[in-house]
Ligand binder design. Structure first.
Ligand code: NAD
Length: 276
């Protein structure tokens, strides 16, 4: 594959760039994931709440690729937190995907006010021990939530998938992850495409390299060591977003992008988010 792997803390390999399917309706997901697999993506990020595990699974099956060549992530939704309900929800996700294991299973949000993420994670540990998942991790966990998990459970999460883009660079979280051996995975890596791709500094770097702003932002993540899962349903953009392994940003480019941090979230604050 054209995408290099990140070695997770249990030794398994995860492609550093994958395809995210949030907000892709189930009946479009099959075609979108098929386009991504044809373009060379070998990692797909879905979630129970996205409602498109079935379309995602159909595309993987129809691709004819060996199961071992595709890295599949799905996530446990908030309403299912708790030990027994997590085990049941995992079975439902697996059935919808039409798979007999997933590569990475994540707790979607910590919901600290409900106090159930430790029990929930113990169910993930059980799934891992039973070899029904190749790695387990979390999403939207702040360092304080990870500290509690690490103190009260035995498997250090392989991944924390968090909102991360040039306007929200997450330096403290990334440093904490690095100290603990947790891989940082960036959601909304393109800042959802909104204003970010028109920022003059990014446009200028893109022109300098003969690339698009989206490619520059994805390349910045890659050079930082983040795992990224950009989303598009437009075939040309799906292809463009994976063509980021044949050029490099220089120190000046990296410094200019570093200067764009505003600590500004597009999504909810994990400390208080409590829906679902
Ligand atoms: P993103 O940053 O990937 O941006 C996607 C948007 O950017 C597209 O809808 C399109 O409008 C635009 N875009 C994409 N490629 C482009 C290109 N080449 N040129 C111009 N514009 C382009 O945002 P996202 O979809 O929010 O995040 C990506 C993935 O992250 C999701 O699909 C999902 O898998 C994951 N995610 C996870 C969580 C979580 O809580 N764990 C939350 C949000 C997203």
């Amino acid at each position: 594959s054209k995408v290099p792997p990140i070695i997770l803390n249990n030794g398994i390999e995860m492609p550093q760039l994958g395809y995210g399917v949030w907000q892709v309706p189930d009946d479009e997901a099959e075609r979108a994931v098929a386009t991504a697999l044809e373009a060379g993506y070998r990692s797909i990020d879905t979630a129970a709440i996205y409602g498109n595990e079935e379309g995602t699974g159909k595309a993987i099956a129809a691709s004819g690729l060996p199961r071992a060549d595709v890295f599949v992530t799905t996530k446990l939704w908030n309403s299912e937190q708790g030990y027994d309900s997590t085990l049941r929800a995992f079975d439902v996700s697996l059935a919808k995907l039409g798979l007999d294991y997933v590569d990475l299973y994540l707790i979607h949000w910590p919901l600290p006010s409900r106090g159930r993420y430790v029990d929930t994670y113990k169910a993930l540990e059980k799934l891992y021990a039973d070899q029904r998942v190749r790695a387990i991790g979390v999403s939207n966990f702040l360092p304080e939530h990870l500290e509690r998990l690490i103190a009260e459970t035995s498997v250090v999460p392989a991944v924390d998938q968090i909102e991360l883009h040039p306007h929200l660079q997450q330096r403290a979280a990334r440093e904490f992850h690095a100290e603990q051996g947790i891989a940082t995975e960036a959601w909304s890596p393109l800042g959802q495409g909104k204003g970010l791709l028109e920022v003059p500094a990014i446009v200028a770097i893109a022109q300098k390299h003969g690339r698009t702003p989206a490619q520059v932002v994805l390349r910045w993540h890659i050079q930082l060591g983040n795992i990224v899962i950009p989303k598009s349903v437009t075939p040309a953009r799906i292809k463009e977003n994976i063509e980021v392994f044949d050029f490099s940003l220089d120190d000046e480019d990296l410094a200019a992008i570093s200067a764009l941090n505003e600590d500004r979230r597009l999504g909810p604050d994990p400390a208080t988010f409590d829906l679902g």
